[in-house]
Design a protein around this ligand. Sequence first.
Ligand code: C2E
Ligand code: MG
Ligand code: MG
Length: 462
Amino acid sequence: MSLKPGGKPPYFPFVAQKLTSSAPIRHGGPRFPSEATRAGAAAVEANAAAVTDTATDAGRGGEHRTPWATLAAPKLRVLIVDDELALTRSLARVLASHGFGVVPVGDGAAAIAALQGGRFDVVLSDIRMPTMDGVELLRALHTLDPDLPVLLMTADPRVETAAQAVELGALQYLLKPVPVDDLVLGIRRAVEHSQTLRRQREALELMRENPLVEGRADLAIHLDRCLATLWVAFQPIVRSGDGSLFGYEALLRSTEPTLPHPGAVIDAAEKLHRIHELGRRVRALAAESFAPMCACDTPDGAAGPLLFVNLHTRDLLDPSLTDRSEPLARLAHRVVLEVTERAAMDDVGDVRAHIATLRAMGYRIALDDLGAGYAGLTSFALLEPDFVKLDMSLVRDVHTSPLKQKLIGSMTGLCKDMGMQIVAEGIETVEERAPLLDLGCDLMQGYLFAKPGRAFPAHVWP
Ligand code: C2E
Ligand code: MG
Ligand code: MG
């Protein structure tokens, strides 16, 4: 490694300053009194107060003031470590005149005592001192506070010390006598730099402790935008017997590009604990579109298509779901609530009781995604659904899979025994439809008949 006086690295850390100022701080002369070392932090603070007060007076109206001085609030506290008394005093005076709070000490041990006894924003240390040199001090300071910025001063720059200093994180390597403006600027930058590092480290620690903190604010903004532009698509469900319309499934749609499909929206709402808000919005929109279809219904006579609405299992805990004045509740006799077996129902408490309340309101229940490989039979027993929807993974290429045909055959048999209607979803081809018709699926849904679309898409029966 080479140490080039005046050469600046691309990022702030390590600069060997050239001696250019017309008013450098000279070195040499008497050494710092050894009592300072023994006296400890309290005595040093008292000594420092005297030094800085005098220094401030001396510095009033002084020529070395930079614009920084006017910005110095709150006061930054500098610990100066140097065994040369005259230099330390003059440094203290100059820095105080620039608005710094200064504590001078004569060696490494006193520096450590001072740091243990009070807060400092930066340490300015000589490299060559008796008992503990600047590099050793740097090592000790690192263990006390890894973020505390340290600027090392020397009259005798050597490559080895420079390398060690960099390794130990010294932020700057100043050549004595130090130009005042460079010193003041160096201290300010060192403090800023280390504050940035500290904030970054704290943010990283916070993220490690709680990964949700990351991007949480952004996610909330995206979900807000999504909810503001949310709309509901409807996909026809048709009867297997004659291909006539049986109902529509409501599917949420977002125009927010960062949440491009229902899974992403639901995921965001889960992370932000806003599932209820999302569910209410979907139900309100679906009810608004569907209400005109129910306009001719009488209390004891309702004919016409049904509306299938997806619920998140956590929606079962939302009091608004069982509020009879809610728009969807008024259409309950025409609504089938789909509960997916994908989401665990463990944290919903008494699922049976929730379902019984919804049934009492007139809703019917569908078990969604049966066969997706989750808690199928448990959900069956818990929900005692009116409809069972076969997951599209069972439907896909069913005509080429005897195993899928067997599975679907046994499920349709079971559902018929229990008085449940079975819906095959995700049918894309006439080849897939053929075995499903033979196996007794009552209802069908898929791109073969109609894709989901704005209220209300027409369907075909090819
Ligand atoms: P799901 O309830 O099983 O809905 C069926 C999904 O299959 C829909 O996807 C639909 O667009 C898609 N689909 C229908 N026919 C076909 C087909 O022939 N081929 C293929 N490849 N796909 C077909 P979508 O709309 O992306 O919804 C995905 C899932 O997101 C839904 O699965 C449901 O679990 C959830 N979801 C959608 N809307 C809502 C909602 O409003 N609330 C809640 N809680 N979940 C919703
Ligand atoms: Mg569904
Ligand atoms: Mg499904």
